[in-house]
Write a protein that binds this ligand. Sequence first.
Ligand code: ADP
Ligand code: MG
Length: 358
Amino acid sequence: MNLVELNCDGFRSLSGLCFKPAPGVNIIRGHNAQGKTSLLEALLFAATSKSHRTSQETDLVQHGAREFHVAARVQRSDREVAIEVNWWQGVKRVRVNGLALSRVSDLLGKINVVFFSQEDVGLVRGSAAQRRRFLDMELSQLMPGYLHALQQYRQVVRQRNELLRGGRRPDPDLLGAWDEQLGTHGSVLMEERRRFVESLAGPAQEAYGQVAQGERLQVAYRPDLRDGVPFTEVLAASRDSDIRQGMTTRGPHRDDLEFLVDGEPARHFASQGQQRTAVLALKLAELELVRDRAGEYPILMLDDVLSELDTKRSRRLFSVVRCGAQCLMTTTDLGSQDALFGAECVYFLIRNGQLVRQ
Ligand SMILES: Nc1ncnc2c1ncn2[C@@H]1O[C@H](COP(=O)(O)OP(=O)(O)O)[C@@H](O)[C@H]1O
Ligand SMILES: [Mg+2]
């Protein structure tokens, strides 16, 4: 699928911005703080109603303004999808092809994007919570039903924890009822996560090998429940300790994802460059996975990806992104890398939030 047009008004530093990328590789050049990341963030927001930089939507509205508008027109293989997000004083309204969405979660999957940003290196280096957020975000876009199971699961964990913290010894029947529900929704999460990571692992290894020749990446799902014991039995066995600690100590809300480079945990042993390449490989693998599931490539956004890759890795990355997906790539380099990018790329320059095609 290809982004045909993106309009942003009052979104961060961008006003009256109209971006019309070409199919294939688009390079958005600009010095620091000119609006490159904001432009990609706006498309991410139209696709998912989320930002990768903040969970506070008030950060997105231009300082001093009360509203912002983002509109994206995307050509899919069989239809056109137009998404409009209008945000006014904390109230968000989303329209798809002119029709108002009653639930924002219905937006997911209308257009598919894969986004690589500076912050993503935290996927390897950061907390397990960050890796679960990645799994949840991607699966919510890809698998119908996942988001529902996740929301139900979280709600039951909250209610079960309240019961555990209630002071008196909790009613075992009530706890049993919550355990049943955790079992139902939790097994959906675990099964989908396992399948997702399994199908991502091979392509991630391949992409990593293409960019960093001679090194090997492994990605593995590390569920909290590993030994095949049914979830409800694990909950029953940990009930006493759950009551003592006042929280649900076992389950997919404790899952993790592991990255190994040449057999060693990348979190502790890999260099910054290797960690970034590992995350990049994961995103490139996702590109293939989304294509398999959605029947066409998603839009690939690479924010400042070249800043920490050496020329050799950058060149190899370029041969990988020429797979046919539309790619929107930002860089602070204003010309010296032209030989690297090649003549088939389309260039844009952004200055003070104003974008021109070069
Ligand atoms: N809500 C906002 N309103 C106005 N300006 C903002 C807002 N949020 C961020 N900015 C400013 O927008 C500019 C562009 O940021 P960014 O898109 O991150 O630039 P780049 O990626 O090109 O370095 C920065 O100067 C930043 O301070
Ligand atoms: Mg930036």
